[in-house]
Design a protein around this ligand. Structure first.
Ligand code: FPP
Length: 242
């Protein structure tokens, strides 16, 4: 009797991005201060970084602070700033041990010298030729703002005669973007809302998207693994007939 072996396509998993939403609502649900929600959020980041290494994810890009988040109360912004400094101080030695390369992107000028110095320290300490994982943190980032900045830079290049207008391509856009990864394979958003909130607008053109109801502090390794497994078996056609 012939054996039927079902061939299940396995998509290669390269670049994952996460919108870590729901810290505030998690804190409220647990009668805690919002800053406690963000604190718990950082501990979940640690777990998900570990699992990304286990799953051989190439890069993990996290939305830590959007351009629009500057509209939040000063107290909350200060709590997030402190968390970033503490997370860098606490986590860099472990990230070095794990061979994880850290990269921050966005407009973090407004965060001030102390954080900018910390970012430089974190990036230079974790530089690696062959990292187990590239961990990219969006800070003061907005997808529309990035696109505006790309348009300005490319226009200037054309005006200065350095860029041939007929040679502007997808690669040109990606080269001028502040986003470290050219495209995202899998985008995950926790917290129940089904929107992309100005995150990686150009790079998510063909991402598989996983929307989850759980708040970020409740996000588990198992849920993460489920998203990855679901991603691996989906048929990615990129608009073509296959
Ligand atoms: C979204 O929850 C979360 C943020 C805007 C901040 C995320 C920041 C961290 C987890 C800490 C910093 C991270 C790193 C990697 C250093 P929300 O506050 O918008 O939740 P809500 O929608 O329930 O209000």
């Amino acid at each position: 009797m012939a054996t039927h072996i079902k061939n299940i396509a396995q998509n290669h998993l390269g670049n994952v991005a996460i919108i870590m939403d729901g810290n505030g609502r998690w804190a409220k649900k647990n009668a805690l201060k919002i800053s406690k929600g963000h604190e718990k959020g950082v501990s979940v980041v640690k777990e998900i970084v570990e699992e990304s290494i286990n799953q051989k994810v190439k890069s993990l890009t996290l939305y830590a602070f959007s351009t629009e988040n500057w509209g939040r109360p000063t107290q909350e912004i200060n709590a997030i700033k402190n968390l970033i400094v503490n997370a860098i101080n606490d986590q860099v030695p472990e990230l070095v041990e794990q061979n994880v390369q850290l990269k921050f992107f966005g407009n973090f000028e407004l965060f001030g010298k102390k954080i900018i110095n910390k970012i430089e320290y974190a990036e230079s300490s974790t530089k690696s030729k062959n990292p187990s994982l590239k961990l990219n943190i969006a800070l003061g980032y907005g997808g529309q703002q990035d696109i505006i900045s790309i348009v300005k830079s490319v226009s200037k290049g054309v005006l200065d005669g350095e860029i041939d207008i007929n040679k502007i391509s997808d690669k040109t856009i990606k080269d001028f973007s502040c986003v470290p990864e050219p495209s995202i394979d899998l985008l995950i958003r926790t917290g129940g809302d089904k929107r992309v909130s100005n995150f990686l607008l150009y790079q998510i053109a063909y991402s598989e998207i996983c929307f989850l109801d759980n708040f970020w502090p409740d996000f588990t390794r198992l849920e993460y693994k489920n998203c990855i497994n679901q991603y691996k078996t989906v048929s990615r056609r990129f608009g073509k007939r296959v």
